[in-house]
Structures are given as C-alpha cells and as structure tokens.
Ligand binder design. Structure first.
Ligand code: COA
Ligand code: NAP
Length: 273
C-alpha cells in the first residue's frame, strides 16, 4: 500500500530553499498542501522559487536574508510567521563550498564556509526556536557526508558539517521536552545540483568515479531527499529525534572504504626507508 502524507495547514520554512536540493524539498511540501516560506541571499533566486512554488498551487512567500546576518535571519522568521503562523517544519540547508587543499586555503576561505554552514545554521535554528510550533515542530538540517567522511580539499566543509550535526544532537536534547524533533539528512551525490556539478562531478572522469561509489548504482535526485524530509516531518517519524540519516544509495559505506584505501596508499607512499 502506498501512503502519501498531507501537509495542509502546515507552515514549512526552508532556509536556503531557493535552488537545488532544498528547492526540491520545498516543492514536495508545496505539492502536499503546505504553505511555504523560502529564504536565501539573492533576490532573483528568491523571486523565482516563490513563483515556482505558487505555480504548484501553494501559498508561497520568499524572503532575502544571508544566514551570516543574525538579525536579518530573525527578521525573516518574524515576517514569515506574521504571514503563515507558527512554523511546523523548518528545513535548514543554506551552504557554501569550494574545493581547495588545506595548505593553500586562506584563513578567510576557511572562515567563510564555517560562517555560512555552521554559524549560519546556528543563526537559523536559534532564531527559529521562538517561532516553532510547540509541541509538534520538526526541524531538519540538510548536512552532508563531509560530516563523517574526511574529504580532501574540503577541510572547511568537513569541519562545518560535523559541527552542524553535533549542534543538531544538542538541540534534540534541549528541545525534546518542548515536543520539537531535530534531525539531519545527509544527501549523497544529487544530480543536476550546484554541489554535484561543481564539487562532485566537475569532469566526466569525476562523474564516472562518483558513479562507481554508489552501491545502488545511480545518482540521487532532489525527490529522494524530499521523500526523506516528508517522512521526517510526518507523524510516521514521531519517535525519531537526534538522528543523522544518510540518503545516498549506500554511498557513505563506499566513501569510508575509499577514504581508508587512500589513507593506506598514503601510508605506503610516505613509509620511511
Ligand atoms: N579556492 C580558494 N579560495 C576560495 C575559492 C576557491 N575556489 N573561492 C573562494 N575562496 C576564498 C576567497 O579567496 C576569499 O578568501 P580571501 O579573502 O582570503 O581571498 C574567501 O574564500 C571568501 O570568498 P568570497 O568570494 O568573498 O565569498 P562569498 O561570501 O562571496 O561566497 C562562497 C561564498 C565562496 C562559499 C561561494 O562559493 C558561495 O556563495 N557558494 C554558495 C553556493 C554553493 O557553494 N553551493 C554548493 C552547496 S554546498
Ligand atoms: P545550492 O543549489 O547552491 O543550494 C544552496 C542554497 O543556499 C541556495 O538556495 C543559496 O541561495 C543558499 N545560500 C547560500 N549561501 C547562503 C547564505 N549565506 N545565506 C542564505 N542562503 C544561502 O546547492 P545544493 O547542491 O542543492 O546543496 C543544498 C544542500 O545540500 C547544502 O546544504 C549542501 O551542503 C547539501 N548537499 C548537497 C549535495 C549535492 O550532491 N548537491 C550532497 C551532499 C550535501 P542564494 O545563492 O540565493 O543565497
């Protein structure tokens, strides 16, 4: 039996929800009756996402805010709640990343990713708390395998996403008594997104290598992440909090293996004579 979930009369707020995976998540809630607020930096992204969600028949609102600006994040929530009421589902997925070896990374380059991914997530969760429905709200962080798999050229994102997931666990303990569940989704390689095109598969060779690292033998689609978000926001997940759930076709298992293999090769290469 296929069971779908209805989110009519729910306010879903997706921070960083104007493009890519997070927009796919917003669309899935919009198709199921929710009122949507999406927020990010660029006015053109915010407008396009709002129009797209409205085109699906949802009550949709867009706000421009940079997650690095604590007060702007607070204003975004106040504006959204004024319009659609308390937040039933918060998805926090704004992120930035670029590839650079740690020894070549500037202090500001490291800091900018920590500021967006980790400090920005804190700003979003901290400012949302007053506006979350209590009891009943579901908070979902979109993190990444960088949280638990060390990835070369991504020292900043690995440190930041690990921090986001530990923040998630702390808030699950602090907010559980108020009836708020807090979880993380860790997407695998999701085709057709900024992260996939620029970080995972910038060349055909990278794409081929990434494909062999997924046990289910396909790249993910935004709908794959959206389906897990729908589940985590639904009553089916009423007893799930503090969980970090990979949605990656089994890819995390292969990443750990190839990371260990790479470490093994490095050990041999640097063995003293
Ligand atoms: N390699 C090395 N350093 C880089 C870099 C790269 N490819 N891109 C940026 N940096 C460094 C800059 O040189 C700068 O450091 P400096 O002042 O010491 O020179 C620092 O990072 C900040 O760069 P800036 O361009 O001012 O930051 P920004 O706030 O405009 O942009 C980014 C933030 C760099 C994360 C940008 O990629 C972004 O906005 N990304 C959002 C989308 C995204 O990454 N999506 C994928 C999902 S994770
Ligand atoms: P994306 O399209 O670039 O999504 C990032 C979103 O965050 C955009 O809407 C962007 O909009 C917003 N954003 C960026 N910086 C911001 C800031 N400072 N303040 C507010 N909003 C900001 O990338 P994506 O690849 O779909 O990634 C989405 C999420 O999935 C990220 O958390 C990423 O780490 C995670 N993830 C992706 C993959 C993948 O395969 N793509 C794999 C693992 C994890 P603006 O530019 O308008 O601000």
């Amino acid at each position: 039996m296929l069971v779908d979930i209805d989110f009519t009369d729910h306010h879903v707020f997706v921070f960083g929800g104007t493009t890519g995976i997070n927009l796919g998540v917003a669309e899935a809630f919009a198709r199921r009756g929710a009122a949507l607020t999406v927020a990010s930096r660029k006015p053109e992204n915010v407008r396009a996402a709002r129009d797209r969600l409205a085109g699906l028949g949802a009550a949709a609102h867009g706000v421009c805010a940079d997650v690095r600006d604590f007060d702007a994040v607070g204003r975004a929530f106040a504006e959204a709640v004024d319009r659609f009421g308390p937040i039933d589902v918060l998805v926090s997925g704004a992120a930035g990343n670029f590839l650079c070896e740690a020894k070549d990374m500037s202090s500001n380059g490291f800091k900018v990713v920590i500021d967006i991914d980790l400090v920005g997530s804190f700003h979003v969760l901290r400012q949302a708390h007053a506006h979350l429905r209590k009891p009943g709200a579901a908070v979902i962080n979109i993190t990444a395998p960088q949280s638990y798999v060390p990835m070369r050229y991504q020292a900043h994102a690995c440190a930041a996403k690990a921090g986001v997931d530990q923040l998630m666990r702390v808030l699950a303990t602090e907010w559980g008594g108020e009836g708020i569940r807090v979880n993380s989704i860790s997407p695998g390689p999701i085709e057709g997104t900024e992260g996939f095109d620029r970080l995972i598969a910038p060349t055909p060779a990278d794409r081929a290598a990434a494909a062999t690292a997924v046990p289910l033998r396909r790249f993910g689609q935004p709908e794959d992440i959206a389906n897990l978000a729908l589940f985590l926001a639904s009553p089916f997940a009423d007893y799930i909090s503090g969980a970090l759930i990979p949605c990656d076709g089994g890819g995390a298992l292969e990443s750990v293996k190839s990371s260990l293999e790479a470490a093994g090769r490095a050990t041999v290469a640097h063995k003293p004579h």
